[in-house]
Design a binder for this molecule. Structure first.
Ligand code: SAJ
Length: 431
């Protein structure tokens, strides 16, 4: 009987990754950096071609990292058969929401079909995509059985939530990994494999517990963001500066984690992940009131900010219509280029519908991308003098906020950046 745990702990095995996006590509490169072999599979011909030319499409992965990985033999392919060479297959495909915010498992289903086609004895199969508790056992255990493979004898099945934080300094190699096996032994073998790539592994009792762990992590964020968004609205009604209060509460060294109000909740994690849990709860006739209410609060924040901006203009004798607006930041969070599901874009589209003319300053998003959204693209050194209003929607670093406060007569700050930077200007009104 092969000692699989020793094999994955000590030998140079090959990691296979299905899905070469912002989760899969960093994981593949982590395997390379850990001295392991690596083969990446993606259905996108364009993505694979660019990877083989060492062109990264992921913010946190440089072309140079790709070039070095190719030099030591990493491979990228659209041929799923190449995954037969992998000793462990990590599945990092999207798990978006489909119509009426139901889970869209089409990518997970497709990857289960790929696994059924290419899995062979000796492999670990790990799902990393965020999904509802039960997905791994519902889709991958049957796929392996249909392939004639017996879990724990031929193959090992686990779930391990991805913990990639776009734009953060923390790389995959520095973040502990939670792992839940389809069986305890599968969990041990998967933990041995991950132990070669991450600083520590935390094993839970099942794939369902691991799937639920990820959903708890991000539901915690969504609910607390919803709480602070509601607190911000209350604070405004009773003439209190919420940013001052958050700063003060943050001096408590225990029992408080700061969250911040904003234009709404963007990205592909926080708005979506809790909905996977809510969907699974409904299947069990359980009402997830906190998730549902946080979603209500967070999803109305773009409109709340538009109302506050309109009130600010009106109190200075201006309508939204025909107003020249300088919008700072359209990506969904600071210091990254990703504008998917960005609340900033929801705010701007509502202002544009009311007749405002919008120019965007976002050093992280290409000028072409800004123009694709239908806005005028500004570069950093252009004059701000002819704008009636500036709105800070994403508080990127490297923006000259002092110049904005000096040159633009009205500034609406949805991110509390002027408070945080200690820029005190009568032109600035914060959310
Ligand atoms: N947001 C607020 N107020 C806050 C925090 C966030 O309005 O206090 C908004 C952000 O502007 C953004 C959205 O919520 O539009 C999501 O922000 P996020 O900081 O949660 O960033 P994400 O979506 O990139 O979340 C990812 C998650 N990582 C994984 O799921 C593996 C999350 O668990 C991480 O905590 C987060 O990165 C991170 O901390 O960077």
């Amino acid at each position: 009987m092969t000692d699989f745990i020793t094999f994955f702990e000590e030998e140079r095995w090959t990691a296979g990754v299905i899905g070469l996006g912002y989760v899969g590509l960093p994981l593949l490169l982590t395997a390379v950096e850990s001295g392991l072999g690596a083969v990446g599979f993606d259905v996108s011909e364009d993505r694979v071609a660019r990877l083989n030319r060492a062109e990264s499409m992921v913010d946190d992965v440089s072309d140079d990292e790709l070039f070095k990985a190719l030099e030591v033999g990493a491979e990228f392919s659209t041929d799923p058969e190449r995954l037969r060479d992998a000793d462990a297959i990590f599945i990092c495909v999207p798990s978006p929401l489909g119509r009426n915010r139901q889970p869209d498992l089409s990518y997970i289903e497709a990857s289960a079909a790929t696994v059924e086609r290419v899995a062979r004895p000796g492999q670990i199969i790990v799902l990393e995509s965020t999904t509802y508790p039960g997905t791994t056992e519902d889709y991958f255990a049957p796929a392996l059985e249909r392939a004639g493979l017996t879990i724990d004898e031929d193959v090992f099945l686990a779930f391990s939530p991805e913990r990639v934080s776009p734009g953060s300094e923390l790389g995959t190699r520095s973040i502990p990994k939670v792992i839940g096996g389809h069986t305890s032994y599968s969990g041990d073998v998967a933990a041995a494999a991950y132990g070669r790539m991450v600083p520590s592994v935390h094993k839970v009792s099942s794939t369902r517990a691991a799937e639920m762990t990820k959903l708890l992590e991000n539901t915690y964020r969504a609910v607390n963001i919803g709480l602070i968004n509601e607190m911000a609205q209350l604070a405004h009604e009773i003439d209190i500066d919420i940013w001052e209060v958050i700063e003060a509460a943050s001096t408590k060294p225990f029992g408080f984690q700061a969250f911040y109000p904003g234009p709404g909740v963007g990205g592909h994690c926080i708005p979506l992940d809790p909905q996977y849990l809510a969907w699974r709860a409904r299947e069990a006739n359980f009402a997830t009131r906190f998730i549902d209410f946080a979603e209500q609060v967070n999803s109305q924040m773009p409109q709340y900010n538009v109302d506050r901006i309109a009130a600010l203009l009106n109190s200075n004798g201006r309508p939204v219509f025909d107003t020249e607006i300088l919008a700072v930041g359209i990506s969904y969070k600071p210091d990254i280029a990703d504008d998917r599901e960005s609340a900033s874009l929801h705010v701007l589209s509502k202002l544009a519908e009311r007749g405002a003319r919008i120019s965007v300053l976002d050093p992280y998003v290409s000028l072409e991308r800004v123009e694709q959204h239908g806005y005028i693209a500004l570069s950093r050194d252009e004059s701000f003098a002819n704008f009636d209003l500036a709105v800070v929607l994403t508080d990127h670093s490297g923006i000259d906020y002092e110049r904005i406060a000096r040159e633009v007569p009205l500034v609406y700050d949805a991110r509390g950046v002027f408070n945080r930077l200690g820029i005190d200007s009568p032109n600035v009104t914060a959310l």
